[in-house]
Design a protein. Structure first.
Length: 80
């Protein structure tokens, strides 16, 4: 992550770092301590991402209004 946003990364930055961690864990031979450190970092990023998404959900609920709940419908991906 960039040093300017390392204290408050965006969801996109968190996702990018998680992707790099996953690739490193899958492809790079490393000592157990290094793998555990990367896993611990990933868990922290996942928790922060959950906080960002929860805050976004609250904001959407506020925008929709108390009496008008948004309807959740299953997402159906179009065939490519």
């Amino acid at each position: 992550m960039s040093s300017s946003s390392s204290s408050n990364p965006t969801l996109e930055e968190l996702a990018a770092r998680l992707e790099r961690i996953a690739r490193a864990l899958e492809s790079e031979p490393m000592e157990l301590d290094g793998a555990i450190a990367l896993f611990e970092e990933a868990v922290g990023h996942l928790r922060r991402a959950e906080e960002i998404l929860a805050a976004a959900e609250l904001r959407i609920d506020e925008l929709v209004g108390e009496g008008e709940r948004a309807r959740l419908e299953p997402f159906e991906a179009e065939d490519a």
